[in-house]
Design a protein around this ligand. Structure first.
Ligand code: ADP
Ligand code: ADP
Length: 222
């Protein structure tokens, strides 16, 4: 019952050039349904590369990536894009919200793109914002929100299309420690309430310790 499985995944940048960089070598990892896994790695260990491969944004040189038991390796781009839209949610260190749209609209738009009716999309946005304590901020644009509020809206957007798996790269890394703590708890609550699975990269060992399991990448820090 695995949402994500990477098997023997290897990646080298500049493979055929003069200075190849081997980033990942024979990586095996899995995320079970409902599980929240921390990915802890020193900078440069290949965390972003691994998340991009898991997120079907990049392909490994060797190995397989399966989502919900379905091998995605070698599928055409169109099928990978469809699977990404249907099954994955993304959160980054920076919110990447559309500046000219309100918080609610930022959560509604991906749903409309996915064929959800306007009324249902709006109701879901309201519900998600309410869960992260931002019901009163629905009509505000990103620039009018604090960093922590912007990230909470980004979490809602990532969950808008009810993905099976959330992939997050330092989701609170841009926030001061206190805000990071609070906002991370909200993300965890949101993930638990919706029964989502997640792979969350973080440098923060305290946050990693709150997840179900920790996977380390590269050499452990001395
Ligand atoms: P992390 O997210 O753990 O910091 P990355 O996955 O971003 O690591 O990068 C791992 C290594 O691969 C780094 O040494 C980085 O410089 C290198 N790298 C990343 N992307 C490319 C690329 N497109 N071409 C060449 N080297 C790259
Ligand atoms: P990182 O922390 O990995 O550097 P950024 O905060 O720079 O990430 O986010 C930009 C990343 O989003 C790019 O590296 C790009 O690969 C990725 N990306 C591109 N298209 C999509 C997409 N459709 N959905 C999610 N992420 C995407």
């Amino acid at each position: 019952n695995e949402v994500l499985r990477l098997h023997g995944v290897s990646k080298t940048y500049g493979k055929d050039g003069p200075a190849p960089v081997e980033v990942l070598s024979g990586i095996d990892l899995s995320v079970a349904r409902g599980e929240v896994v921390a990915l802890v790695a020193p900078s440069g260990a290949g965390k972003s590369t691994l998340l991009h491969i898991a997120g079907l944004l990049d392909t490994p040189d060797e190995g397989q990536v399966a989502l919900n038991g379905r091998d995605m390796t070698g599928l055409p781009d169109k099928a990978r894009t469809e699977a990404r839209r249907a099954e994955l949610g993304f959160v980054y260190q920076f919110h990447h919200l559309l500046p000219e749209f309100t918080a609610a609209e930022n959560i509604i738009l991906p749903q409309l793109a996915d064929g959800v009716a306007a009324r249902a999309a709006s109701a879901r946005a309201t519900d998600l914002l309410d869960r992260v304590g931002l019901a009163h901020r629905a009509a505000h644009r990103p620039a009018e929100l604090s960093g922590g509020e912007q990230q909470r809206v980004a979490f809602c957007r990532a969950l808008a299309n009810q993905p099976a798996l959330l992939l997050a790269d330092e989701p609170t890394g841009n926030l001061d420690p206190e805000t990071s703590d609070r906002v991370f708890d909200m993300l965890m609550a949101l993930v638990r309430e919706t029964g989502l699975s997640a792979l969350i990269a973080t440098h923060n060992h305290d946050l990693a310790g709150r997840m179900d399991r920790i996977i380390t990448l590269g050499r452990p820090l001395a």
